[in-house]
Design a protein around this ligand. Structure first.
Ligand code: SAH
Length: 226
């Protein structure tokens, strides 16, 4: 998989991809992540990429020309399966979407907005999918883009060393994850449940499933109704 992320603040995206699972996925050749500085595609002398909103009002709007130039440059180099705009009015990201986007070897462009957002015509002409990370507004699309890439990349086969660990995470089977413990067995009188120390695999599996159901019923009954 290849991601091309277009942003005015490339520095914001350096760290999220330079550690842990995302870094390993790139080193293993399972994904490529390229960050492009939108300002390099600005055509005016000041290298500005935003302007006042037509019709008035507060906040600046990101202009179409730099995005168009960057997207078209990328499209001339390879075919893209999706051009995604991170936006609070998009479809809310969930595990099913992340699984779907990671399921085949895709090339994806991600657009990060800033200020008031991006000129509607960029969305109309280029964007194939609009994704929100939740019902709140952030200052820019960089953190949402990093979240989307992380959610997609960690479910690419071979990225996590223990394959089954992604499959047993919350949401994969429509349930929240069960409580987890590690040594010491007794922490000031707070003990690990006996069943987990019993060595009885079938009983442990049944206990975990029961815990998953209970937790989901308490915290996210909506998941059980779907
Ligand atoms: N005026 C817009 C918000 C702009 S916030 C509105 O009311 O919908 C500036 C940028 O941050 C957006 O263009 C988008 O790229 C990003 N952003 C903010 N909140 C986001 C969210 N919940 N999900 C995805 N992207 C978000």
């Amino acid at each position: 998989m290849r991601f091309d992320i277009i942003t005015v603040l490339p520095g914001l995206l350096e760290s999220p991809f330079a550690h842990s699972i995302l870094q390993r996925a790139q080193k293993k050749g399972l994904t490529e992540i390229h960050v492009h500085n939108l300002r390099e595609y600005a055509t005016n002398k000041q290298k500005s990429v935003d302007d006042y909103p037509d019709g008035g009002g507060s906040g600046m709007v990101m202009q179409i020309a730099p995005f168009a130039a960057c997207i078209e440059q990328l499209q001339s180099e390879r075919k893209y399966d999706e051009i995604i705009y991170m936006t609070p009015d998009g479809e809310t990201l969930n595990q099913e979407m992340a699984n779907g986007l990671s399921s085949s070897n895709k090339n994806i462009i991600i657009l990060c907005g800033h200020y008031k957002g991006i000129d509607q015509r960029i969305r109309d002409i280029y964007v194939t999918k609009e994704i929100s990370i939740g019902d709140y507004v952030l200052s820019g699309g960089e953190l949402p883009a990093a979240i989307l890439v992380d959610a997609i990349v960690r479910v690419i086969p071979g990225v996590l060393s223990d394959e089954t660990s992604a499959l047993s995470d919350s949401f994969q089977d429509g349930l929240l994850d069960a409580p987890i413990y590690t040594r010491p067995v007794d922490w000031n009188g707070h003990k690990v449940p006996d069943i987990l120390l019993s060595g009885h695999e079938a009983k442990i599996t049944a206990w975990r499933h029961e815990q998953q159901l209970q937790r989901t019923k308490e915290r996210r009954p909506d998941l059980l109704n779907d």
